[in-house]
Design a protein. Sequence first.
Length: 329
Amino acid sequence: MRTRSVLLLASLLCTSPAMVSAAPSQDAAVAMSLYKEGRALVKQEKWAEALEKFQASQRLNPTLKAHYEIANCYEQLGRTASAWSHFLLLADESKVADQKERARYSKAQADRLEPSLVRLTIRVGKAVPDLRVTRGETVVSTAELGTAVPVDPGKVRVTASAPGYREFSAEIFVDADNPQAEVVIPELEALPRKRRASPVTSAKPSPASDDSAAPPAVPHDDGSSWGAQRVIGAGVFGVGVVSALIGGYFGLRAIELNQDAKDATDPKRRGELNDERFAKGDLSTGFFIAAGVLAVGGGVLYLTAPDAAQQAAVEVSPHQARLLWGARW
């Protein structure tokens, strides 16, 4: 049992390094294939395609020879600043690797390119909070601002942005005709602040606020209508006048009958005339009483009736409806 455990442990110890190194070995193989493809493209002077191959190889398995090819491709493409920086970095790496000859050669290449470098200085007029400056796709640090930095010849785009401010952007050509270019970033323009919309609150207004905000609507009085109550009052008063006239008629008739009765010589005829006189007098009295009642009632209705402008007015609001009455004396 102990022998089997020892053998199992020994096999694990032996196989683990192989498993760990399998991935790096595979990357190195792929990197070597990419490097060879890059060299083939160099012979065809396809510098851009070769650069991609060498960069991919360097990412998988960094080597000094692939790094040299990258610097050389940059120079052939006219990107002198990139070539210069890579030759300097390669010189330092070669020193660390104790490859003195490669280090001297790389340094010489960098020194050869340095006089032809074009530089760009980026200045900021007035910085704003959280200012972010970019040169192409490269973020410019605060330390670089105001410093003449080597750049690859050609058109360079400089942008400056900050939260709450309008972005600034400028393009400038940096080449042999303009080897010491400069871009000054002005103070960024603040964007207008958006006003917050006030929350809509729904509250039921009090009766007092309703009365003050919306006075009751009153129909316009153009004087062309008396209103129903005045019409009725005038009609009742008119009937009373007619009753008084009828009562007067019967009263006059009773007076005539009284005179006829006095002139009559026949007692029977005198009695008949007196009976008729009393009947006509009763009718006259009744009509006069009715005339008085109707006249008074009609007058009261007429005088207490509201004007057309003070007829019943209905006020309606989203919260209540009220019936308002007014009277004018």
